[in-house]
Design a protein around this ligand. Structure first.
Ligand code: HEM
Length: 514
């Protein structure tokens, strides 16, 4: 009787598990049939076990594959759970995909996901972001955002960030007063500063994130909420890769109603200030610029909110991460920090100034190299993904080529390029001096260094980000020494070193007034 029950259970288990097994492994011959070498996929996991085990960042697994194939193949077939994708190993091919043959790969993973959801129906405001849009929408969004961030306009806005830096230093002083030793959470500090700098640049008003108020700041809370929501898209796209029907059953929203309403109201209030000329930015902010466009008949109120919100959310996390990592590397390396301080203080003396002007900030070459070294070692965008917008043939060697179908996803492993010892000696060390011989610009032109991507879809916030990050660092190191404190030595560094900077966690550092 028991034996019979046992066989029945085994039989039913087979009936249930066999279709799942077949479903998950059905595609595993996909690349072999097309004559492309593929990294051996595992059932359930595909080429990346950590997608499900979550024991380490996906980027390390991409890096493992990159190292295995880098001198042997231009690209290899991989499986994102069961979805066939391509890992682009050859940097020249990456250049072709991102830049010279852009027409064939114009979609990014983000905008392709948004396209499938019929843009504008859900997430009205996200539709104004160049990051999330495609086709004509993308061209329009990108051109409006780029026009608001031209070098001339950035020069005008620069004074606003100087105000943000001043508020940062006042806030730091206030925070350090009671603390002993002066240990502060660097992530919290950076988030407050970046929210302040972006808010004054975009809306022309003070977000109040660097005030002494003990109450949680609503602007920061809403920004973080929106960033968290876009992050959870990763989990959602994983489920969609296993079961494409999932995305139809559960239409994920990128920006919740509450966040959308908050920023719509915020934009309205800021516009009121503009109309009554109570604008503290002296009309140098992005909203004022867009408002003049609105008067010439181009933009609706919804577009104004959408464009402003997109600019905040497309760059907030990236600037925060770059700034937090930079500060962390300075705290770990007193030699670099001292050398940087000498450059900053000597320039201050020479120019007889405390705050750095636009041109002066650009001329601080060691600071420039420190920021680029941070972006090399810890690129905030670890890999770029592109999607074939039409069927396309890629030459693998003189005699061999492979046909890629429309919709094929290609992964460009930026982190792995930045950590390739053939290009960057001692790739895992923080050495800003490496850029003394070869300037970051030259490496970017050779497409071996891609902190801001390359080609028509490269980052449009690059110049603004570099200026904001450099202004904050110059202010900090000119007045404080930054050191790792005991809490960080025995815990947090592990999390940071494992690359995934946990922006919801803490990074305790010591700030000591000079
Ligand atoms: C240090 C800070 C930043 C870093 C490291 C960074 C990095 C990048 C990278 C690597 C890409 C290309 C992604 C790809 O090719 O798939 C990108 C795209 C983009 N970035 Fe940034 N970014 C930063 C700040 C910003 C800021 C402040 C803004 C907002 C003004 C912004 C807006 C965008 C947009 C809209 C795109 C998509 C462009 C398009 O598809 O046409 N970024 N960023």
């Amino acid at each position: 009787m028991l034996e019979c029950l046992f066989f029945q259970i085994v039989f039913f288990l087979h009936i249930i598990l066999l279709p799942i097994y077949l479903y998950l492994t059905w595609n595993f011959n996909y690349w072999r049939k097309r004559g492309l070498h593929n990294a051996l996929p595992l059932t359930l996991f595909g080429s990346f076990p950590s997608i499900l085990t979550r024991n380490r960042n996906l980027l390390y697994e991409i890096d493992r594959l990159y190292r295995r194939y880098k001198h042997r193949r231009r690209m290899v077939g991989i499986f994102f759970v069961r979805q066939p994708q391509i890992l682009v190993v050859d940097m020249r091919l990456a250049h072709e995909i991102l830049d010279t043959n852009f027409g064939a790969y114009e979609l990014t993973a983000a905008c392709s996901w948004m396209r499938h959801r019929r843009l504008n129906k859900l997430d009205k405001l996200a539709a104004y972001s160049a990051l999330w849009s495609s086709g004509e929408h993308w061209k329009l969004n990108r051109s409006v955002a780029c026009a608001a961030l031209t070098p001339t306009r950035l020069k005008q806005t620069h004074e606003l960030w100087q105000g943000s830096c001043k508020r940062l230093m006042q806030f730091l002083e206030y925070k350090c007063k009671g603390a002993s030793p002066e240990a502060l959470d660097a992530i919290d500090l950076v988030k407050r500063f970046v929210a302040d700098a972006l808010c004054i640049t975009i809306w022309g008003v003070d977000a109040g994130t660097l005030t002494r108020s003990k109450k949680p700041n609503l602007f920061l809370q809403m920004t973080e909420r929106a960033v968290r929501q876009t992050r959870s898209l990763r989990r959602y796209s994983l489920l969609s890769a296993v079961m494409p029907v999932f995305s139809k059953l559960w239409p994920f929203r990128l920006i919740s109603n509450a966040v959308e309403n908050y920023f719509a109201q915020f934009t309205n209030d800021a516009l009121e200030c503009h109309r009554e000329l109570r604008n503290p930015s002296g009309m140098r902010d992005v909203l004022s610029y867009l408002y003049t466009q609105q008067h010439t008949g181009h933009l609706s109120d919804e577009a104004l909110t959408g464009l402003c919100m997109a600019m905040l959310l497309d760059g907030f996390e990236e600037i925060c991460s770059t700034l937090v990592y930079s500060i962390y590397y300075f705290a770990r390396d007193s030699r670099v920090q001292s050398k940087l301080r000498v450059e900053v203080l000597q320039t201050q003396q020479r120019e007889h100034c405390t705050a750095f002007g636009f041109e002066t900030l650009k001329s601080l070459s060691y600071l420039d190299h420190c920021v680029f070294e941070t972006l090399r070692l810890s690129p905030t965008v670890q890999y770029c993904r592109r999607i074939c917008s039409r069927a396309n043939v890629i030459q693998l060697s003189k005699r061999k080529s492979v046909q890629l179908e429309e919709g094929t996803v290609l992964c460009i492993p930026v982190y792995s390029y930045h950590h390739d010892a053939v290009i960057f000696c001692e790739p895992n060390s923080f050495i800003p001096e490496r850029f003394d011989n070869t300037a970051p610009k030259e490496l970017m032109e050779r497409r071996v260094f891609l902190p801001f991507g390359t080609g028509p879809r490269s980052c449009l916030g690059k110049d603004m980000s570099l200026l904001v990050v450099k202004a904050a660092i110059a202010s900090l190191v000119s007045e404080y020494t930054i050191r790792i404190c005991s809490q960080t030595q025995h815990g947090y560094s592990q999390t940071v070193d494992s690359f995934l900077l946990n922006m919801n966690g803490k990074l305790m550092l010591e700030f000591k007034k000079l």
